[in-house]
Design a protein around this ligand. Structure first.
Ligand SMILES: NC(=O)c1ccc[n+]([C@@H]2O[C@H](COP(=O)([O-])OP(=O)(O)OC[C@H]3O[C@@H](n4cnc5c(N)ncnc54)[C@H](O)[C@@H]3O)[C@@H](O)[C@H]2O)c1
Ligand SMILES: O=C(O)C(=O)C[C@@H](O)[C@H](O)[C@H](O)COP(=O)(O)O
Ligand SMILES: [Zn+2]
Length: 365
């Protein structure tokens, strides 16, 4: 079992990583000072696949335990789901001394975390991520939120959990495309950390599809450590450092919306990174050699990420809704090479369309 501490300005908390952590650490959940009743926001798919494990965890909890099961998709990362959660919490008389457990992938974590951040002006919550993507990324760092008005994560909060329990046993039931989604964010970390880690991922990523725990544990630990260290320095994305975690996402979020969520977040991140690489090269920030090197990994996924015909003008328009934008222009995260990031980069429309068309060429039927 590995413990990584995150000392964010608003909260100091631990991330526990290991096989069967939730059952071994159910006492950790109980020991959260002062909390009595709880609500578990759980992905119905995960509940079905891990019923015995989850019910044994629930048995260990004190007080009343309310369970809210839902179908975790982007359409349900919504105000409507929040209303259902709040109605249930009120019906069960859950007050500020109750806490919330978000058990599922990134959709469950973002929705549950946001509910916890505003219910009774904020109650404690614990993340139990069950996808690789949520383990390496979404359960860490306290970005919570929902989609609204065809815009990803536009309503949300920065609200850190009390702790994160990464039980790697959940990975065993993940299908290949969900492992791929997790790898999308891991490739992002490769480009953030530097060429050594990028090269390690490029050489070994196939091991994820074989459920190789030596590889999976390494990428989870590296990703959590890096993200944690960024969140400690710039929790609310104010100084700018945290923006690097958004590499590829200006494009990715637009792709998800334009494709009506037929493409998953992690897959869109891979396609979005391809666009960001092309834009970095077009603007003279990245040389051809690095472009080719990084793209050669991205291109390996060309048969597993399929976009329907897209409209570049629509994608460009959607990118104007990105939260990082300033003064009416799109602010991209670009890079010179792995580990050397450029934030708040601007590009004219012609170059942005060039990046969209060149980045997405690999993924079109
Ligand atoms: N808050 C953040 O910092 C952050 C970071 C990255 C992504 N996100 C958000 O996270 C979401 C994507 O998360 P995701 O990729 O985990 O998607 P997800 O939550 O939709 O889960 C993906 C699919 O995997 C299934 N699943 C979950 N756990 C499983 C398991 N153990 N075995 C089998 N199936 C399982 C789910 O039922 C679902 O169908 C997006 O909405 C994205 O915007 C947030
Ligand atoms: O934690 C962050 O900061 C990130 O940007 C991580 C991203 O992988 C994640 O998809 C996040 O939800 C995007 O944030 P947003 O602010 O662009 O909605
Ligand atoms: Zn992401």
């Amino acid at each position: 079992m590995k413990k990584i501490n995150i000392n964010a300005p608003s909260r100091n908390y631990d991330v526990f990583i290991g096989n069967n952590v939730i059952n071994k650490y159910s006492s950790k959940i109980n020991s959260l000072a002062g909390y009595n009743d709880s609500i578990i926001i759980v992905d119905s798919n995960v509940y079905r696949l891990h019923k015995e494990k989850i019910e044994s965890m629930i048995k260990g909890l004190k007080g009343n335990v309310v369970v809210y099961k839902f179908k975790a998709d982007e359409k349900n990362k919504s105000l409507d789901s929040l209303k259902k959660i709040f109605d249930l919490m009120l019906r069960k008389n859950l007050g500020r001394s109750s806490f919330l457990i978000a058990l599922g992938g990134g959709i469950t974590g973002d929705l549950g975390g946001f509910a916890a951040s505003v219910y009774a002006r904020g109650i404690g919550y614990i993340h139990i991520p069950t996808t690789l993507l949520a383990m390496v990324d979404s359960a860490i760092g306290g970005k919570t939120g929902i989609n609204y008005g065809h815009t990803k994560n536009i309503i949300g909060s920065f609200y850190q959990p009390e702790s994160v329990l990464i039980d790697t046993e959940f990975i065993k039931t993940l299908p290949r495309d969900e492992l791929l989604c997790g790898l999308g964010e891991v490739i992002k970390y490769g480009l953030l950390i530097g060429d050594d880690f990028f090269d390690y991922v490029a050489k070994n990523y196939r091991k994820a599809f074989d459920y190789n725990y030596s590889f999976l544990n390494k990428v989870i630990r590296e990703s959590v450590s890096l993200k944690g260290s960024i969140v400690e320095k710039d929790e609310n994305e104010k100084s700018g450092l945290r923006k690097i975690l958004n590499l590829g996402h200006t494009f990715a979020h637009a792709i998800e919306v334009e494709q009506n969520h037929k493409i998953k977040h992690g897959q869109a991140v891979i396609a979005g990174i391809a666009c960001a690489l092309h834009l970095s090269n077009k603007l003279g920030m990245m040389n051809d050699e690095y472009l080719e090197k990084y793209l050669s990994l991205i291109i390996e996924f060309r048969n597993e990420i399929k976009l329907k015909q897209y409209n570049p003008e629509t994608l460009y328009k959607i990118m104007f809704r990105d939260k990082k934008n300033k003064k009416g222009s799109i602010n991209f995260v670009l890079l010179e090479k792995a580990g050397k990031l450029i934030i708040d980069a601007e590009a004219d429309k012609r170059d942005a369309l060039y990046a969209i068309n060149n980045g997405l060429q690999y993924f079109c039927e």
